[in-house]
Every structure is written in structure tokens, then in C-alpha cells.
Design a protein around this ligand. Structure first.
Ligand code: ZN
Length: 252
């Protein structure tokens, strides 16, 4: 799971609201942040769902101020959608948003495997193999959260091996987005990258078959995109009340 620092709140405790007990806010905020991220990644929060400050403060037994800071941080990280004066919502990416981010991933990650193909050191191959083993263990052990995190981690590890901090930061952002999209629209079990496909990629990277390796990565990302888009299209199928009545007014 990529580490995101954008909008990271300061650890300075803030004053509680009138009558509320002042708890060590930084710890509380970290706990709320982790809990909301986990719920998002587990697909428990649905696209477009509002997250009310009051409800969260009651659920976590903390001040609304603490909740507000966490929501602002999640907004800056792109994990929640913030609407001025209305509040925080679970993102509702359109099919087009999903296609855009997978298109960026295909382009960038094709470049990554092209750079690495046939050039990995023995140590790098061992690291990748070890990572895939951990993925397989999580996958077969039905550890969904670890599975999703490790699957994204495989792609981050490849980006890291190119040795460019700029590239790594960009890839981490893209992967964080696709992980969220997958969680929002494909809550079925085991939708993440299949460890067998990652194993095949590691094998291909050790050859000098550049085009075959690029094709393998592209097909791998295509497949995930297709499944997430199918789910999102199903979600978009909910009839639009406004459109229904607009049509009947037009006919009268
Ligand atoms: Zn993958």
C-alpha cells in the first residue's frame, strides 16, 4: 500500500468542542483514518455514500473536530470527495474516470517492464519472487486486505526498481486510485491481481522477450480494468429519477 503524505495532519492536539473531553487527538485521528481506509478498501462503503461528521464522532467517541481533520486529510489523499458546505462523500468515479486511470497505468507500466526486461539483478528477482510468495499466501489464506495491499505492492515494487523517485511517486498515486476503484466497484472476493499472473510477469522479466513482457503487463491491467468497468456500469444502471420525469413532461 503506497504511503501518502499529502494533507497529512499535524500531530498537535486540538481543543475539543464544548463539553467534550479532550483526548490525545493525534492518536484518535490516526485510528479514525485507518478505520475509514480499511472500510473503503474492504468495499464496505458504497460509492456516493455520505460520511457525516456527527455520526462518525458518535461511532468513534471523539470530537467532531477530530473527525473533520481526518475527513480533510482523506479528501486531500483522493480517498473521499469533499463538497464545500455539504460534507464528505465516498467517491463515485465514472466509467470514464476508471478508463482514464487504467490507461495511464498501462502506458506507464508498459514502460516500466520495458526498462526492466532482461536487466534485473539476482537480488531483484529474489525480492520479486519473495513478494509473489507473500501474495500467494495471503490469496490462499483468504486474507482479503493483505491480498489487495500486496497485489498493489507488486506493481509499486517494479516501479521502485526503475530507480526514479518521480516515477515511483506517480505510480503510487495511480495504484492508490485503482485500488480504491476496485474496492468501490468490485467488492466480490479475490478481484485483485491473480498472484499467478504476477509470477508469469516475474518469469517474463528474466527473458529478453521485450514485446511479450509488455503484452503480458498490458493484458494483466486490461483484465482488471474490464472487471472494474463492468461493475461500475452495473452500478450506473440505477434509473435516474430526473431523466424519467423529464421524459414524461416532454410527452405531455
Ligand atoms: Zn497486478
Amino acid at each position: 500500500m503506497p504511503t501518502m503524505t499529502i494533507g497529512h495532519t499535524s500531530p498537535t492536539p486540538i481543543a475539543g468542542e464544548a463539553g467534550a473531553e479532550v483526548l490525545p487527538e493525534a492518536g484518535v485521528e490516526a485510528r479514525i483514518h485507518a478505520a475509514i481506509c480499511a472500510a473503503l478498501m474492504a468495499g464496505k462503503l458504497r460509492p456516493g455514500m455520505p460520511l457525516r461528521e456527527r455520526n462518525l464522532a458518535e461511532a468513534f467517541g471523539c470530537t467532531r473536530g477530530a473527525v473533520r481533520k481526518v475527513l480533510a486529510r482523506l479528501g486531500a489523499e483522493g480517498k473521499l470527495h469533499l463538497e464545500p458546505n455539504r460534507g464528505a462523500y465516498v467517491p463515485q468515479p465514472s466509467v470514464e474516470d476508471i478508463r482514464q486511470v487504467y490507461s495511464a497505468r498501462r502506458t506507464v507500466e508498459a514502460g516500466i517492464v520495458a526498462t526492466l526486461c532482461g536487466r534485473l539483478s539476482g537480488e531483484q528477482i529474489a525480492r520479486l519472487a519473495q513478494h509473489v510468495e507473500a501474495e500467494e499466501a495471503a490469496f490462499h489464506g483468504h486474507q482479503r486486505e493483505a491480498s489487495v495491499r500486496l497485489a498493489g505492492g507488486f506493481h509499486v515494487l517494479l516501479a521502485e526498481m526503475v530507480g526514479s523517485a518521480d516515477l515511483l511517486a506517480f505510480v503510487q498515486r495511480l495504484i492508490a486510485k485503482t485500488e480504491l476503484y476496485k474496492a468501490l466497484y468490485d467488492p466480490a472476493e479475490f478481484i485483485e491481481c491473480a498472484p499467478t499472473e504476477h509470477r508469469a510477469l516475474v518469469a517474463a522479466l528474466q527473458t529478453d522477450r521485450l514485446h511479450a513482457t509488455i503484452d503480458l503487463m498490458t493484458a494483466h491491467l486490461d483484465d482488471i480494468e474490464k472487471r472494474v468497468v463492468e461493475q461500475a456500469m452495473r452500478a450506473e444502471d440505477v434509473p435516474d429519477v430526473k431523466a424519467i420525469f423529464a421524459a414524461s413532461i416532454g410527452q405531455s
